[in-house]
Structures are given as C-alpha cells and as structure tokens.
Write a protein of this length. Structure first.
Length: 575
C-alpha cells in the first residue's frame, strides 16, 4: 500500500503525484499519510472520506502516474465466482476487488497501483497473475458493501484441492493433527498452497523443496535435475502458518520452534501410488525453514540400465555384486546418487533365499523383503551397534548407510572377512582416495587389500534435452584436446552438443545420468595397498589397467551426445 511506502522526510508514490498535480499541498499530504497509517485505512480512502480530494480526480492522477488503465465500475459486470473465492476481510482491508479473468491474468480494481502487498495476497489465494486497474474509491466502497450484504461475507476458499485426491496423509490421523485441523479452517489458502507445492514438485520431477523465510520476502524453491530455482513468493506474513502446516503434516511438535525437527509425510496420489517426503525444519533468523526431500520408491526400482553405466562398467558392477563376500563401496559427495546405486544393487539381490539387512540414517525408501534399521544416535542405535546385531542374525548381505568412523569400518571389514557381502558408502572424491581414506581411519592396509572387491565413484550430470539440443559448430579440435579428448577421438569427427532450451525442458536439460569410475581391486592394486602407496599411485595403476576415471567417463558421455561440456566441467571440477 502507498501508505507503507513513505520514505523518511518525504512523500512517495501516489501522494507525491497528487502534490505534483496540485491537488494537495505537501504538508496536507504528509499529514494525511500519517493519519491514514494511524487509522489503518488506505491512503486514498482517507483522502476521500475526509473530503481532501475527489474520487475521480485521484483515479485520474493514479492512472496517469502509473500508466495503468482507468475503469468505470458502473460500466462492467463483476464476476461473482471470483469474489466468492476471496475473504471479505482481505478486500475490505486493502480496498481491492477482483474484476474478471483473461486467460491466466486476473484484472484487479485498485485505488493505488502501488498496492503490491494486496496484489501478492490475491496471487497467492487465486493462483492467477494480478494486473491492476484503477477504479474510483466511492464506487469501489459502495460495491464492496453491497457484495458483503448479499453474500454474507463473501465466504472463504474451498479447502479441497480440486484436481488431486490427497487423501489422508499417512492413512491415520493423530490427535495433534485433528486438533490442528479445526484451527486451520480459516487458513484454507495455506492448506491449498502447501498441497499445491507438493503436487507441483512431483509433476516437475523435483528432488527437494525449500520453504525459506527472510526479513522482506518468503520464497519457495525446487531442486530439479540438481539445480535450485525459485518457484513462488507467498506473502511474508504467512511464513509462520506455512511452517505450522508443514509441521502438522509431518507429525512434528508445533510448539517447538527453537530446535531442528525431522519427520515424514506420505502423500497418497492414488490407491496404488504414494510418495514419501522426508521433512527437516530448522529455526533461522526470520522463522523456520523447512526442506522436503522427495523419496519416490520408483527410483529404487529403476534398474541398472537406467543409471547410465557404460557396458564394461555395468559388467564389473554385476560381477562384483554377486560375489558371496567382500565389500562393495560407493563413494561421492552428497547428492551424487549413491543411495540409488546401493538400492539398485539391493533390489538385484533381493530374493527369498537371501537374508538382507540394512542400517540407514535415515531410511529413505522402504524395500519389501529387506530388514531395514533406522540409525538414531540419540537412542544409542549407531551403525556399529546395528552391525553387531546383524552378525548374530545369519545375514547374507549387509548394507551400512555410511562408514563414518573406525568402529563401524572395523566391524564392516570383519563381516566381509567372515563370509558376508557388505555394501556401504563413503565421502571421497574418487575410487583410489577411498582406499587411503579407510587407512587414514585406522583400518590396516592388509584388511583394506583383502576385503574390498569393488569401488564405484560417481557424480550426477544433467542430460541434454533431446528435443532442443544443438551441435556446437564453433568448438575447435584444439579446444577438444584441451578438454581431454584424445587425437583418435577427435579424428572421428564426433559432434559436441550444447543446451538450448524449449518448453519441454529445464534450460536445455531434462533428467540426469550417472558418471562413474568403477574400479575393481586387482592383484596389482592389492600389492600397492600393502606397500603403502598413496592415492596418486593407486590412480596411476588403475589407469594402466584401463579403468577410466570420472573425467574420462564424463568425456564419453559428451562424445555420445548425452550431456554437454559445460555440464561435465561443473560436476568433475575440471576443464
């Protein structure tokens, strides 16, 4: 509202325009701004009510100053369906009125085109792009009073989504949620908004949703194909209600706002389809931030052919996965797809004649037929304690979510040495560094050399959109050589493609593929480990044995037209 935009010591917006047009003296305008603020009414409504200026004169100045159309309310018919979907309190507070729709554009009658707060609230409630139209104050006030009398307050928004059956969030409500639902009847727009964000995230293929409060704005961001982008900015005053709604859905403590909390939401899309969300809240300077990770069980059943392994890499993966004992390790940074790789392996092994147990923090996706244990440091259920328990329960395959310390590593090594297949992850940059990392933890070189069968280092890169990808005709053979392509590869005349962008993709990319270094532990590597070789020496030996590193695997993806040079340079940190 204009009354909230007055800078110290001067006028701004419509007030300044009225002074410049000679309709108000500056001291009169300044006093009117202060009085309107005190009375908590719009600036224009205060001017008209106190006969300081006529409605028609103010409307003409506002339309000229902001280059916004001027509309006579007596000459149009208001769409009653629009007015019924907005609370009367909002319209009365801001003196605005939704008039009519043209496609996705909502034309809104306003007294002051600078009323951005009012337009934001209407955008949030009605999900249309608002376009201001100046109307005369006396006619708008009369129309608002008439609508309030005839509709009993204009009603409130329907709480149903209208397009998707969200159902009960996890099949059974709790007393906390049932009690909270009554208090949220008046917050139907918040319920609709959060539901819509969840559905939109699923439709866009997002992996994470971020609900973030700041001092002057509130935003929602989605991570799609590894890239964060802003999706929506609801009004800042709804930050607390949005956080509360998310906490109700995730069965978290509404009263606790000072410490982080973790929970889950199960969203039923149909009778046979449900999506899980892992929810984390964290108190920030301006409110509680909430992040949701989408846990789609379908991603655990993609199959190895969908993950992006080259044929030779896939053969090594499958050969070592089916060994009866030893360690199968996957390494890479957070968000590189390690969990999906491990779950893919577990699904390939998951048969009635195999006993599989997992210790995870957290259990992201539930796998039927697999005994999954949730690690919780607070209760004392650590990876090491879970592993000790597994060894007393006749396991065939053990999955440890992450090897974080020497105790966990030592038990995992002993399990691998005593006839069990152990699968786990570490955070290292490539496969050779994993071998030295375990030794740095305190695992003896002999144990490292004799127990590990295979290490998979991986990254995720965005796939080029097949509909709009274009060949990069300007790249030269010298540039290709600089990127790392061999003379033999360059001589074949392959094409390098780049992202363009179209209506079917996200800035030229659609989906992601894995980039892998699949390194089996050969006899030569075992001898080097036993002799105390460092990561560089181990990497050189792997290269001599024909094991491509992450950069070489990424260049193969470029040569095959799967992704772009720009993308692999960002994920392999080279080029």
């Amino acid at each position: 509202m204009a009354v909230n935009q007055k800078p110290p010591g001067g006028l701004q917006g419509l007030g300044r325009s009225l002074v410049q047009e000679g309709l108000l003296a500056e001291d009169v305008a300044l006093k009117a701004v202060r009085d309107a603020q005190t009375a908590k009414v719009p600036f224009v409504a205060w001017l008209v009510a106190n006969r300081l200026c006529s409605s028609s004169a103010i409307a003409l100045v506002a339309a000229r100053a902001f280059t916004v159309p001027l509309l006579d309310l007596d000459a149009i018919e208001i769409d009653p369906d629009l007015t019924k979907r907005v609370k009367h309190e909002l319209l009365q507070k801001h003196h605005v009125l939704p008039l009519y729709l043209r496609g996705r554009t909502l034309f809104v009658g306003v007294l002051d085109p600078a009323q951005q707060g009012a337009l934001d609230e209407l955008r949030f409630q009605l999900k249309f792009t608002p376009e201001p139209v100046v109307v005369e104050c006396d006619k708008l006030v009369a129309l608002l009073e008439k609508l309030a009398d005839t509709s009993g307050g204009l009603g409130a928004l329907d709480t149903t989504d209208g397009e998707f059956d969200l159902g009960d969030l996890d099949g059974s409500g709790t007393e906390q949620e049932e009690a909270a639902e009554e208090s949220e009847v008046d917050d139907a727009p918040v319920v609709r908004f959060v539901n819509r964000m969840l559905i939109d995230a699923i439709k866009q293929g997002a992996s994470d949703l971020h609900f973030e409060p700041y001092e002057k704005f509130y935003r929602v961001r989605f991570r799609v194909d590894g890239e964060l982008s802003e999706i929506f900015r609801p009004p800042t005053q709804l930050a607390g209600k949005i956080a509360a709604r998310i906490k109700v859905m995730a069965r978290l403590d509404l009263a606790e706002r000072r410490v982080p909390q973790d929970g889950r939401i199960k969203l039923k899309l149909s009778k046979n389809k449900a999506i899980d969300f892992r929810v984390s809240t964290c108190p920030t300077l301006w409110g509680e931030k909430a992040v949701m990770r989408i846990l789609d069980s379908d991603s655990a059943r993609l199959g190895i052919d969908m993950l992006g392994y080259e044929e030779a890499q896939k053969a090594l993966f499958l050969k070592n996965l089916h060994k009866p004992y030893g360690m199968f390790l996957v390494t890479g940074p957070t968000g590189s797809g390690k969990t999906v790789s491990l779950y893919t392996g577990i699904n390939l092994l998951n048969n009635p004649d195999i006993n599989i147990s997992t210790a995870e923090d957290p259990v992201e996706i539930q796998l039927p037929g697999v005994n999954q244990v949730q690690v919780d440091e607070k209760t004392g259920m650590t990876f090491a304690k879970a592993l000790k328990s597994f060894l007393r329960q006749d396991p065939d395959v053990i999955l440890v979510g992450e090897i974080r310390d020497l105790e966990t590593a030592s038990i995992a090594v002993k399990a691998a040495q005593t006839g069990h297949m152990v699968m786990s992850t570490l955070h290292t940059n490539d496969a050779p560094q994993t071998l030295t990392r375990l030794q740095d933890m305190g695992v003896p070189p002999f144990a490292v050399a004799t127990t590990i069968n295979l290490i998979v280092a991986q990254r995720l890169a965005r796939r080029l959109c097949r509909e709009c990808m274009v060949a990069d005709e300007e790249i030269t053979p010298a540039q290709l050589a600089t990127e790392g392509f061999t003379e033999e590869e360059i001589a074949t005349g392959f094409k390098v493609f780049r992202a363009k962008g179209c209506g079917r993709c996200n800035n030229g990319y659609k989906g992601r593929t894995g980039i892998y270094q699949v390194m089996p532990i050969t006899d030569a590597l075992r001898r080097l480990i036993m002799s105390g070789a460092n990561a560089v020496e181990l990497a050189d030996q792997a290269a001599r044995e024909g094991i491509p590193d992450l950069r070489r695997s990424a260049l193969t993806k470029v040569r095959n037209g799967v992704t772009s040079l720009e993308e692999i340079n960002s994920v392999t940190l080279e080029g």
